[in-house]
Design a protein around this ligand. Structure first.
Ligand SMILES: [Zn+2]
Length: 430
């Protein structure tokens, strides 16, 4: 079993909690002093950073949500002056609920270390050639993968989102041994290999590290069997670095959270009460090493459970179960987060009134597709076909612009779908 930092990854529970307490105290002092939002909400619950004596007292602090981050856009959640920030990213490509995250030089160094641990945990090392087939853009994902792979000394191919035949040509010619992408892209590559008559066994591919969207054990089986590789899951989100928050080891039995950088909690998403270890609930994370953009008790919206039992790999950091569900209506499609609220805003702008709609997410040909069903009503019923077509076309254009790819828009008779259900996610994750 490979370790990037055995001392840290295998330390005892007491030692982990001691480190967490010290780093948490330092983080709380910093955010209280430098971020107005935190000093305000701490004062509301009558909490001063020096009050925190024991680890469990974190539960006295208020939660942070994405809404808080948007409301403080662009820089009011930063805990350092902008001159100390060396990188900026956004958590989402749409600017209706914008969130910007910053990294100091130290933050980037820590991120690289975390991704290096992730790669080592799955057997990738300096002899490997890592092909990153994630879109390099304003979101963090591929940048963390790149620095992590460079840190372990692997040869990095920043392939980004090239066409499938180009991905395969590079994979074959450059002798790629590790693919980092979404699981959906891996499935598309398998089909493309078939079409091009490429036998995966003739390639050098050994590993796949997949993330950015939920994927099932059945998908893992399919990828592993057809690509002849070991496929592992990685978890993170831009608000908390991006990838490098938690990852699977080769036991493939949950994802180890980097507990020297994050404190995880599980809460009931309705009552917000803390839940005992082993219960399924919403994952809440506190970052304890980030300098530019620390988050205290951040509600991730992801449903999971925490397992503190020992892992056969020897790592002592707790594991979260693989994430298939969210506790809100946020959907993750092609690595992007989309909410019904964002869709509703576009709809009301275009239609000028209240519209009943449902977002349908399906996976076809290995790619996630979005269809917006809209109930025909007075607001969007036009006697003239031309007017109706123009309405649908404008919606199609604006929504496709919002998400970054083609969205299908269909007007349907009332009663075609359950109007209480804003999202109908037909992808099978379990
Ligand atoms: Zn393990």
């Amino acid at each position: 079993m490979e370790f990037w930092d055995k001392k840290t990854e295998c330390m005892g529970r007491d030692e982990i909690e001691q480190i967490q307490l010290e780093k948490l105290q330092a983080t709380l002092h910093r955010v209280y002093k430098n971020v107005r939002h935190y000093s305000k909400i701490f004062r509301q619950v009558d909490f001063m950073p020096e009050d925190l004596r024991t680890f469990s007292e974190i539960k006295a602090l208020p939660f942070i949500s994405r809404r808080d981050l948007s409301e403080n856009y662009p820089y009011d959640m930063f805990a350092v002056p902008l001159r100390e920030v060396v990188r900026l990213h956004t958590a989402s490509i749409n600017f209706d609920d914008p969130i910007v995250v910053g990294f100091t030089r130290n933050d980037l160094k820590n991120w690289a270390e975390l991704m290096a641990r992730n790669f080592s945990a799955v057997g990738i090392d300096k002899d490997d050639v890592v092909q990153i087939a994630l879109t390099f853009g304003i979101t963090t994902g591929p940048f963390g993968v790149k620095v992590g792979a460079e840190t372990i000394g692997a040869s990095v191919i920043p392939m980004s989102s090239g066409k499938l035949p180009s991905q395969l040509k590079i994979m074959r010619d450059f002798k790629t041994t590790a693919l980092v992408s979404t699981p959906t892209l891996a499935l598309s590559l398998i089909r493309q290999m078939d079409e091009m008559g490429i036998d995966p066994r003739d390639l050098s591919l050994k590993y796949g590290v997949f993330g950015s969207e939920p994927w099932s054990e059945a998908t893992r089986d399919e990828i592993e069997t057809k690509m002849h590789i070991t496929a592992t899951d990685t978890y993170g989100m831009t608000e908390l670095f991006g990838p490098g928050v938690a990852w699977e080891c080769l036991e493939k039995n949950g994802l180890h959270i980097a507990e020297d950088h994050f404190i995880p909690e599980i809460i009931d998403p309705v009552t917000l009460a803390p839940l005992p270890p082993g219960s399924e609930g919403e994952l809440v994370l506190t970052s304890i090493s980030k300098e530019a953009f620390p988050l205290i008790r951040f509600r991730t919206g992801d449903l999971t459970r925490i397992d503190y039992s020992p892992c056969a790999c020897g790592r002592t950091h707790c594991r979260i179960s693989r994430i298939f569900k969210r506790c809100d209506d946020v959907i993750v499609v092609r690595g992007m987060t989309i909410t019904p609220d964002q869709i509703a805003r576009v709809l009301s702008r275009v239609s000028g009134g209240e519209t009943v709609f449902q977002i349908v997410v399906e996976r076809s040909d290995g790619l996630d597709q979005l269809t917006l069903l809209i109930e025909i009503s007075d607001v969007n019923f036009f006697d003239e076909m031309k007017k109706q077509r123009r309405f649908v076309e404008q919606l199609h254009r604006e929504l496709s612009e919002l998400v970054g790819w083609e969205v299908t828009v269909r007007l349907v008779e009332p009663g075609t779908f359950d109007s209480q259900k804003k999202v109908n996610d037909k992808r099978r994750f379990q």
